[in-house]
Design a protein around this ligand. Structure first.
Ligand code: 5AD
Ligand code: FES
Length: 335
């Protein structure tokens, strides 16, 4: 169903204190109608914590001198995939900062090597803003999907979260280019980021309706101790759930992760996200010794758990809400 900005603001107001059963049930029914009891698993590989950008909310921003920087080698990335593949994963997400030390050519090589070695998998990149020609090269190398959260669809709010060199305009240009090239595209935003208003959240939904992405990543803002936003409050669990439910209803077929950030602010955050329409989980396949260093926000869960343990844990959690961990590629139903 199509929501106007007014509709979104009204729903947020109506569910301000507690998410209503009605909204949750509608979102959950919608997920079931499209995906049944499947919740898709994506193996996340955080391959570089180096970043040239300076997003004000992010723990790996360039100006954070305390951040531990690492960069996996091609060999290490392939080993993560090897482990993931033997655990049953059929899709890998290579995520990292905008790291000039990892060239576009090297990234293309990583993608094509993964596809060569594991032809039955889908590869997702999440490496930020690039020129259209580079996105085309990534696509030619075999990348299937691309995640790039828009973070906020309001210009003024965007400017408060990012340094002056970054713009919402370029962010949107990237998303439209990616879609046009043929990627399954993921956008998304944080809930409760500093200076965010309900009108900004309404704009996020209206923007998503216009972009019509295949995937949407939504998680609460969680402060990081080494950023200037360290004293801001984290986003609320309730509001994050409300935004997940609205997104499920606005984009019925979208792939919607119950994010690690959601699991970080509440022990049962991800299960509750699933009950509000989320249908993807992204266990971490990064080598254990670098997990702590990929610190976008404080308190991130699962940094000490082997992927195999996370799978067991997630299976149990999903079963508790009537779902099943689906390890298949989980392509978007709208391609
Ligand atoms: N809190 C929550 N999410 C964050 N991200 C970055 N920093 C934070 C934070 N402090 C999210 C951004 C980014 C994704 C990879 O992680 O939305 O797109
Ligand atoms: Fe990682 Fe529960 S999902 S330990």
């Amino acid at each position: 169903m199509v929501f106007t900005k007014r509709d979104v603001v009204d729903i947020i107001e109506q569910n301000r204190d507690a998410l209503s059963d009605e909204l949750q049930n509608r979102a959950e029914r919608q997920r079931r109608a499209v995906f049944g009891d499947s919740v898709y698993a994506r193996g996340l590989i955080e391959f570089t914590s180096c970043c040239k950008n300076d997003c004000r909310y992010c723990g790996i921003r360039a100006s954070n001198k305390n951040a531990v920087r690492y960069r996996l080698s091609l060999q290490q990335i392939l080993e993560c995939c090897e482990t993931g593949h033997s655990l049953g994963f059929r899709t890998f997400v290579l995520q990292g900062g905008e790291d000039p030390g990892f060239s576009d050519a090297e990234l293309c090589e990583a993608v094509s090597r993964i596809k060569e070695r594991f032809p039955d998998t889908a590869v997702t990149l999440s490496v930020g803003e690039r020129p259209r020609s580079v996105y085309r090269d990534f696509y030619s190398a075999g990348a299937d999907r691309y995640l790039l959260r828009h973070e906020t669809a309001n210009e003024e709010h965007y400017a408060k979260l990012h340094p002056p060199q970054m713009s919402l305009k370029n962010r949107k240009r990237c998303l439209y280019d990616l879609k046009d090239i043929g990627f399954q595209v993921g956008a998304g935003f944080m809930v409760g980021s500093p200076y965010q208003t309900v009108y900004d959240l309404a704009e996020d939904i209206v923007f998503l309706e216009e972009l019509d992405p295949h995937m949407v990543g939504i998680g609460p803002f969680v402060p990081h101790r080494d950023t200037e936003f360290k004293d801001f409050r984290r986003g609320s669990l309730n509001l994050t759930l409300v935004m997940l439910a609205i997104t499920r209803l606005a984009l019925p077929k979208v792939l919607l992760p119950a994010t690690t950030a959601l699991g970080t602010i509440a022990p049962d955050g991800r299960e509750r996200g699933i009950r509000c329409g989320a249908n993807v989980v992204m266990p971490n396949l990064s080598p254990l010794d670098v997990r702590e260093a990929y610190s976008l926000y404080d308190g991130k869960i699962c940094t000490g758990d082997e992927a195999a343990e996370c799978i067991m844990c997630l299976k149990r959690r999903l079963e508790s809400v009537g779902c099943r961990l689906d390890m298949s590629r989980g392509d978007s139903p709208v391609i």
